[in-house]
Write a protein of this length. Sequence first.
Length: 93
Amino acid sequence: MANETEKKKKGFGRKIKELFGELKRVTWPTFPTVVKQTGVVLMITLLFLLVLMGMDALLGYLYDLLVTGLGSGTESSAAVSAVAGSLGAVFRL
């Protein structure tokens, strides 16, 4: 029983040595490279943010146009307008 725990301890110690050995072989990027790559990631993130915000605004405008455009007209459009209004209340939580 004690022999198994010693093997586990030696195995764990060997894993730690291998880990540090691998970390010594890693080619770490320089600070200017890290700054450039971080800038690229931030710019792409902001670009996607702007695209998504634009799409959200466009779809919101189209939705409002659909809801308010259905409200004018005949009596049958009043029922459609009521349904559209209730849908508007549901989706604007």
